[in-house]
Design a protein around this ligand. Structure first.
Ligand SMILES: NC(=O)c1ccc[n+]([C@@H]2O[C@H](COP(=O)([O-])OP(=O)(O)OC[C@H]3O[C@@H](n4cnc5c(N)ncnc54)[C@H](O)[C@@H]3O)[C@@H](O)[C@H]2O)c1
Length: 596
């Protein structure tokens, strides 16, 4: 029989604590909510009232249930109020000495059988536990932000946590409607160990002005389907908390430079820019604690007129290539009203591409997303050719041929001879340096990267890659074209992986390393990222879809260009590729797809 928890204590009612109080009270459990001062108690109470009022307004909670929920919470200053609770969850700031002091005090105050839990994200639960006389009753219960919404709980057992305590806490998580993964005491557990290197990397992109905050966030939301971008997430977590987590992970997790907090984070914390909770972090919020972003001096002007500033007029577009990307891009331009010339290496290939475009447009008609007239008009705008010479009078060329530098360079050299002056020449490369392609022409100022995502007709993102030679007019033209296509264009520099792949693949590689170290299973790691961070797919699901060979190639490129030791491809990834386990396409990757 699992232990009955009728009353629990929550210590610290900040970003996490207030949410944890709500989780328990919603599930019929009495809560003693403790803070350091009356003012802090009031802040915690206001957070809970705000959250439950919003739930009532949205029709997700009945008024009577809200009142019953609020009546279950006993607000108190000081730990003495916790003498008779069955379980305490501590959610004070991420400092070991503070947590140890609180646990020593809890050990004195709480009844002997009470379980003492910490919500720490990165500190050692073991080190916290030894501040008490009952380390076997100390455990990590790591909720995710916002606690009432995120389904995951990481249950962290130390080498001394008793098996009964683990089982009781697992049963409690189930009662709370949460999914738990039980793991051992390692810096960052599963989710944060995979998340924080990525967040820190995103901040360093912003700090080095590689891309704007809006573009970094839009890239990860639209390119990977994440619920929020990394900088918005930093603001939600709180920059002070994020700093402490990174700092601890750096010290505890083998001094991986990727966890050394980017200097900007410390500066922002010192300046009081803590994120949502202080009303300003990477973004500015309506007021402290509000999720509503308001414009500030860094907000870009995105009106049509500003976008078109300096842009060249584009009416006729040449698209070179006959693969998946070229096919999708032809459809995108034709549907947006551009006159398109598709150039392939032969009539047979042109016929195939034409057929593929037709099939895709027809699907749109069947699904009711496109009228028959619009389909016919789109097809009517495309000319099919097997000769580059037909690109003599286009305004823009988009190249989507095989990902080989020599092939692309030769093509751009030919385009340079054929195309009229002033044409924008774009490459869709996802891994080659755009500058290499640009320098194959006599007009590098007109060359830019337009990195579409697959499938191009569906994915809303395009990375606009500027080289050090790209002119402002070329860049403005690319931005205006993306807007006219109905895509979000994000501007970045010419570095390996651009924004999305540079942030995504090291995270996937880290997940493989975690599996390789037997810290957790592929299923639990996938759960942790989906249920703890709201990712649409777990890392192993995504790796199997993308292809392990493709992922390995991208990771190798990143490692070779940036020489970051933490980017070295995981040996397990190399072995699986060598063994021919490439993911869905070969029937087996991290999972066996032949049986599903
Ligand atoms: N922010 C997140 O996204 C997140 C997610 C999961 C876990 N965590 C972890 O949760 C813990 C709390 O983080 P947070 O972001 O909620 O911090 P926070 O700064 O928002 O809140 C901490 C609260 O603790 C209170 N406090 C400080 N000393 C206290 C004491 N002696 N007694 C009672 N209350 C005290 C503070 O007044 C403050 O309200 C940390 O261990 C953090 O790593 C945070």
């Amino acid at each position: 029989m699992a232990r009955e928890f009728t009353s629990v204590g929550v210590v610290g009612l900040g970003t996490m604590g207030a949410g944890i109080v709500e989780v328990f009270a919603r599930n019929g459990i009495d809560v003693v909510a403790v803070e350091i001062s009356a003012a802090a108690v009031e802040r915690g109470r206001a957070t809970l009232t705000g959250s439950t009022d919003r739930a009532v307004a949205k029709g997700k909670l009945a008024e009577a249930d809200r009142d019953a929920l609020l009546a279950r919470v006993d607000w108190q200053v000081g730990l003495d109020a916790l003498h008779s609770v069955d379980l305490v969850i501590e959610a004070v700031p991420e400092h070991l000495d503070l947590k140890q002091r609180i646990f020593a005090e809890l050990d004195r105050v709480c009844k002997p059988e009470a379980i003492l839990a910490t919500n720490t994200s990165s500190l050692s639960v073991t080190e916290i536990s030894v501040a008490t006389t009952r380390p076997n009753q100390v455990i990590g219960i790591h909720f995710f932000n916002p606690a009432p919404v995120m389904k995951l709980v990481e249950v962290v057992r130390t080498v001394v946590t008793s098996a009964d305590v683990v089982a009781d806490v697992e049963a409690l998580c189930e009662r709370l409607g949460k999914v738990d993964v039980t793991i051992s005491d390692r810096a960052g557990f599963i989710a944060n160990a995979l998340l924080f290197g990525y967040l820190n990397h995103a901040v360093s992109m912003f700090e080095s002005r590689y891309a704007t905050r809006e573009d970094i966030d839009a890239a990860m939301k639209l390119g990977c389907g994440l619920p929020m971008g990394p900088l918005a997430l930093m603001d939600l977590i709180g920059l002070d908390t994020a700093y402490e987590i990174l700092d601890t992970m750096y010290r505890r997790g083998g001094r991986d430079r990727r966890h050394a907090p980017v200097p900007l984070i410390k500066q922002m914390v010192t300046a009081g820019l803590l994120g949502r909770k202080s009303g300003r972090g990477f973004y500015t919020y309506e007021r402290p604690g509000s999720p509503v972003v308001v414009p500030d001096e860094h907000t870009p002007v995105t009106t049509g007129a500003a976008l078109a500033d300096g842009a060249r007029a584009i009416a006729k577009v040449g698209i070179v290539g006959s693969g998946t990307m070229a096919t999708g891009i032809i459809e995108v331009f034709a549907k947006a009203g551009y006159e398109v010339i598709s150039v392939t290496r032969g009539a047979e290939k042109s016929a195939k591409v034409c057929e593929a475009v037709k099939t895709s447009l027809n699907k749109g008609v069947v699904r009711g997303k496109l009228s028959e007239e619009d389909r016919d008009a789109a097809l009517g705008r495309v000319t099919w050719s097997a000769t580059l010479d037909h690109l003599a009078d286009v305004d823009l060329v988009v190249e989507a041929v095989v990902e080989e530098l020599s092939v692309k360079k030769a093509l751009f050299a030919s385009l340079d001879e054929i195309c009229k002056p002033g044409v924008v020449l774009a490459t869709t490369t996802s891994s080659l340096p755009v500058i290499d392609v640009a320098m194959a022409t006599q007009r590098p100022a007109d060359v830019i990267g337009l990195h579409f995502f697959n499938p191009a007709p569906i994915m809303p993102l395009v990375e606009i890659v500027q080289t050090i030679r790209t002119s402002p007019e070329t860049s403005a033209t690319a931005r205006a074209v993306c807007a006219a296509l109905g895509k979000t264009g994000v501007v970045c520099g010419d570095r390996s992986g651009f924004i999305v792949n540079a942030l995504l693949f090291p995270y996937l590689n880290d997940a493989v390393k975690m599996l390789e170290a037997s810290y957790s299973t592929a299923d639990d790691i996938d759960y942790a990222m989906k249920l703890g961070c709201g990712y649409p797919m777990g890392p192993f699901e995504l790796l199997d879809v993308v292809g392990l060979d493709v992922s390995l190639a991208i990771q190798r490129e990143l490692y070779l260009e940036l020489r970051e030791p933490g980017f070295a491809p995981a040996p397990l990834l190399e072995h699986l590729v060598t063994a021919g386990y490439l993911g869905r396409k070969s029937g087996r990757g991290f999972r066996d797809h032949t049986k599903r």
